[in-house]
Design a protein around this ligand. Structure first.
Ligand SMILES: Cc1ncc(COP(=O)(O)O)c(C=O)c1O
Length: 365
């Protein structure tokens, strides 16, 4: 029986020799293990990817969110409107700066429902934090116009959406500040934890570069109490090379999604992603909505196919939210129906095998 893992991050020896080994050598020969040339070059390339003036590398996507919130002045008692169906890093980061996550509902594309934001705004609301979940950018025109009307900041959680396009803009450059993860599971995959913050604001850029280094303004003088949050040079040197291939990674994923779509759209118990002509989906995750999900997952598992759920327990059902009543019915409904299929595969046969097994499940039961 074919065995298909949800993801496979291993590489071949040949790929190692080509994609990793020369960069390891470069760093060891230069001896600049923290900061240095590789980090600066990768930041420049990342800013170019997003069409932003500045990109500041940090230790993780979670740090990127926390530091972006802090740099934009979000603090104790402020309310930040976001969603419950994200990785818990999103609501955690808001809470860690002392602010209160206020959850808006989502649409059937799994993204924040821009029509569900405005009535949640109070005099404590400071920011809107849309999450470009799965690699698809939220409805930013509507979100930005609500933010403008109410004087709010827009912070993009672009952790899953490096390279995604919304109209003529790139993810990370569609709000006031963008936050990315470079975790090995992401399309732009590091070799350890890593994150990036994008901005066009020089003052925010300067604040962030100090913040990630204890709040030092130069080698000897501290401007404020910061933290340590840096991207390793080794990681940056690999990422600097991988960013060149991001377009190819994305177009492979789009092709794979099209193969899934072509079969799954004919199954009445399955709903596939809606399509938008003005947004490029990067398919960090390929999600379907499925009837009888638990049985389907089990059937696929018995056939050697691993699947995951992003995310089975939304933030408002997690322990720290206990006692708060959140009225987000679509989030609740979809958390019981969503299922993520392996999307890293490039062999058409593997993708067809999975889609046809799903068809077989519904035909035979
Ligand atoms: C939507 C979202 N936000 C934030 C994060 C946090 O990123 P990191 O794991 O790099 O801290 C992730 C990571 O999975 C994510 O998917």
């Amino acid at each position: 029986m074919k065995k298909i893992p949800y993801i496979d991050l291993s590489i071949t020896e040949e790929e190692y020799e080509k994609e990793i080994s020369p960069y390891l050598k470069e760093i060891f020969m230069r001896g600049d293990f923290v900061g240095g040339r590789a980090v600066a070059e990768f930041e420049k390339a990342f800013a170019g990817l997003c069409g932003c003036r500045y990109a500041v590398s940090v230790n993780s996507g979670t740090d990127a969110l926390e530091m972006a919130l802090e740099a934009k002045g979000v603090s104790t008692g402020d309310e930040v409107i976001t969603v419950g169906n994200s990785f818990i890093a999103t609501t955690n980061a808001i809470s860690r700066v002392g602010a209160i996550p206020v959850l808006a509902d989502i649409g059937y594309d799994l993204l924040i429902d821009a029509n569900d934001i405005e009535h949640r705004i109070t005099d404590k609301t400071k920011a809107i934090l849309p999450v470009h979940l799965t690699g698809l950018v939220c409805d930013m025109d509507k979100i930005n116009s609500i933010a403008q009307k109410h004087g709010l900041i827009v912070i993009e959680d672009a952790a899953q959406s490096a390279g995604a396009v919304y109209k003529d803009r790139k993810s990370g450059n569609t709000g006031d500040i963008g936050c990315f993860s470079l975790h090995p599971l992401k399309n732009l995959a590091g070799i350890g934890d890593g994150g990036m913050i994008t901005t066009n604001d020089e003052m925010v850029y300067n604040k962030l570069t100090s913040m990630r280094n204890h709040g030092m303004q130069d080698r000897d003088n501290q401007a404020f109490i910061g933290r340590v949050s840096r991207l390793d040079s080794l990681n940056a040197s690999i990422l600097k090379n991988r960013i060149i291939n991001l377009d190819e990674i994305i177009s492979n994923r789009i092709k794979s999604a099209e193969i899934y779509d072509s079969i799954l759209k004919n199954i009445k118990e399955i709903r596939i992603f809606p399509k938008y002509s003005y947004r490029t989906h990067t398919y960090h995750v390929y999600v379907i909505q499925a009837e009888r999900r638990t049985e389907l997952m089990q059937f696929l598992d018995e056939n050697g196919i691993d699947t995951k759920i992003h995310y089975p327990v939304p933030a408002h059902r997690q322990h720290p939210f206990a006692g708060r009543a959140e009225n987000i019915p679509v989030t609740d409904k979809l958390s019981e129906r969503i299922l993520s299929l392996p999307i890293w595969l490039t062999e058409e046969d593997d993708l067809r095998y999975i889609a046809e097994k799903i068809a077989e499940f519904y035909k035979s039961s």
